[in-house]
Design a protein around this ligand. Structure first.
Ligand code: F6P
Ligand code: MN
Length: 330
């Protein structure tokens, strides 16, 4: 018998949480559906190379048929998975201009997600991920609309991610501890391999695309240079950059340090999406004892005004993010 059967499965964990919250099971069902979408996406990603579905821009397969981009396929999977069960009234995605609304209009929650983060990594057999965030609707008596999605990060009721690496992992929080599960593909179950994840207090890496150096403000350049040269109050850091946010964040959560995607002089808002990337990971970071900032405000304190709003992101161990903010202030 495999040793890991001693770990709780995801449904055991939901059962425990539900009992302690006196909840009705809707949130657990949402999380369960997210993991179903994740298993389907993992399967797709795993087979992409064999089935000639590599390439960031889709393209044509060996039969000469047009192939959908993997991130579009992943988005479709989420739509299908949440069409079947009446637990979210709407779905917003990095892949869709506007929210997709379901027929079950009385559902209490909405879901926001980045279906396939780091999808460019598919060509190099690198890690990718899915990021998600759950909000309670403002008023179930009113029709679901954009306002239900344009929220403050601190209002999230659940958030997390799936990491498609050598193993598929599911990491989430419902506002309590952050738990990490590893998928046993052969039986299709997630096992609680990483209970109560917390950022380490020291060590780890700073993680940033240094090729953007010339595009940064002097303040950002100086701050990154301090990390590069080990002149920080939080201590010397190594450097790592996968180029897939979920993978870079997950490493930061396990090994410590800070992930950065700064704004640029010509693009002060940076690249990452507030609602689909920054805020959900900020919610996870906070509940793992970490911090997330846009350089001036905490990410969780920002209220979105646009669905596809971008934000600079500095996220990781609390002492590292505090050091970033201190250095940016000068
Ligand atoms: O979703 C945006 C994204 O692909 C992230 O996963 C990743 O961290 C980032 O872009 C990489 O950006 P760049 O190639 O500019 O470093
Ligand atoms: Mn992304």
């Amino acid at each position: 018998m495999a040793d890991y059967v001693k770990h709780l499965t995801l449904s055991d964990q939901f059962f425990r949480e539900q009992g302690s919250r006196g909840a009705t099971g809707e949130l657990s069902t949402i999380l369960n559906r997210v993991t179903l979408a994740g298993r389907l996406i993992a399967n797709n990603v795993l087979r992409a190379g064999l089935e000639g579905r590599l390439g960031k821009t889709g393209g044509v397969n060996v039969q000469g048929e047009e192939v959908k981009k993997l991130d579009e396929v992943s988005n479709e999977i989420f739509k299908e998975v949440f069409d079947r069960v009446p637990v979210v009234a709407g779905l917003a995605s990095e892949e869709m201009d506007d929210p997709h609304l379901f027929a079950h209009t009385d559902a209490k929650y909405v879901l926001l997600h980045d279906p396939l983060d780091g999808s460019g990594n598919v060509d190099v057999d690198g890690s990718m991920g899915t990021i998600f965030s759950v909000h309670r609707r403002l008023d179930v008596a009113k029709p679901v609309g954009l306002a239900d999605f344009l929220r403050r990060g601190s209002e999230q009721v659940a958030a997390g991610y799936l990491l498609y690496g050598p193993a598929t992992m599911f990491v989430y929080t419902v506002g309590g501890p952050v738990h990490g599960f590893t998928l046993d593909r052969s039986v299709g179950s997630f096992f609680l391999t990483h209970p109560e994840l917390r950022f380490p207090q020291s060590g780890g890496a700073y993680s940033v695309n240094e090729a953007n150096q010339a595009k940064w403000t002097p303040a950002v350049q100086g701050m990154v240079q301090a990390f590069r040269e080990g002149r920080t109050q939080c201590g010397a850091r190594s450097a790592r950059y996968v180029g897939a946010l979920v993978a870079d964040f997950h490493r930061t959560l396990i090994q410590g340090g800070v992930y950065m995607y700064p704004g640029e002089v010509k693009k002060p808002e940076g690249k990452l999406r507030l609602l689909f990337e920054a805020a959900p990971l900020a919610f996870v970071a906070k509940h793992a004892g970490g911090l997330a900032s846009d350089g001036t405000s905490e990410i969780l304190d920002v209220t979105a005004t646009k669905l596809h709003q971008r934000s600079p992101l500095y996220i990781g161990a609390a002492q590292d993010v505090a050091e970033v903010v201190r250095l940016l202030r000068g």
